[in-house]
Ligand binder design. Structure first.
Ligand SMILES: NC(=O)c1ccc[n+]([C@@H]2O[C@H](COP(=O)([O-])OP(=O)(O)OC[C@H]3O[C@@H](n4cnc5c(N)ncnc54)[C@H](O)[C@@H]3O)[C@@H](O)[C@H]2O)c1
Length: 240
């Protein structure tokens, strides 16, 4: 049976690579994003894009009600939508703090709430893959604290849901990448970006397809026995 995969932030750098990988692996992919800039809409067979602000619980419910009506189930959910606001502590406006948590964490929380009822009782092991960040664990690099906290919250949710649904064969993991070349690099100054890339052991940023490869692996059979883990991808940068 063709797997139904839902990918959030599907129009972004990592999102498009993840969608392509899951399509290549034979999934039917529903991509969710707040906007679809020119040239980013995937026209591949098996892909459908849906527009909505996933930080809004009501919008998430409407979108997943639509998926329930059309597909009846979800096999794979990839919570990838996110951004990084760069104000630094203590000068972070309350509104920016709230938006950071809402885009990165609330969206993941609400999508999990909406997706799990559509995963329960399905065939095989269903998968939730949360795209976290190495920034939640490495305090040498630039990431501001509200970004780190939003991803740490995501990873705690990963573990809670992994434990809660293990016996129902819903596997939940986080992937926490470091510097990966996507449009998100534009939030950084040239100097910060150059310093962060120079700190990568290979001397280069990682590519979205490399992260997507791990998503594909977890979504496939190899991922059936893996749950509750935070998989850090950083070329070995933080090994001490
Ligand atoms: N690029 C990196 O180096 C890096 C490193 C660690 C973690 N990440 C994480 O990877 C994920 C993907 O980021 P990316 O690098 O591809 O960035 P990106 O900016 O290219 O993609 C992010 C996508 O999320 C979408 N999005 C943002 N807010 C949304 C909302 N409210 N509702 C729906 N969609 C929304 C955007 O429209 C965009 O298409 C993010 O969660 C990010 O935190 C990225």
């Amino acid at each position: 049976m063709t797997k139904i995969a839902v990918v959030t932030g599907a129009a972004g750098g990592m999102g498009q690579a993840i969608c392509r990988r899951l399509l290549d692996d034979g999934c039917s992919v529903i991509g969710l994003d707040i906007s679809w800039p020119d040239g980013t809409v995937l026209e591949a067979t098996g892909f459908r894009g849906v527009t909505g602000d996933l930080s809004d619980a009501g919008a998430v419910k409407t979108i997943f009600d639509g998926i329930a009506a059309q597909e009846g189930r979800i096999d794979v959910l990839v919570n990838n939508a996110g951004t990084c606001f760069m104000s630094d502590f203590p000068d972070i406006p309350a509104e920016e703090f709230r938006r950071q948590m809402a885009v990165n964490f609330d969206s993941c929380f609400h999508c999990c709430q909406a997706a799990i009822p559509l995963m329960r009782g399905g065939d095989g092991v269903r998968k939730i893959i949360n795209i976290s960040s190495n920034g939640a664990y490495n305090f040498d690099v630039f990431d501001p604290p509200h970004y780190r906290a939003s991803k740490a919250a995501m990873d705690t949710l990963t573990k809670d849901l992994a434990r809660r649904y293990a016996a129902e064969k819903i596997a939940v993991n986080s992937i926490a990448p470091a510097m990966t070349e996507t449009p998100l690099f534009n939030v950084l100054t040239e100097e910060t970006l150059a310093r962060a890339i120079a700190a990568m052991p290979h001397g280069t940023a990682m590519q979205p397809e490399q992260i997507a490869g791990w998503v594909g692996f977890l979504a496939g059979q190899g991922g059936d026995v893996c749950s509750g883990n935070v998989i850090v991808l950083n070329q070995g940068r933080d090994v001490r």
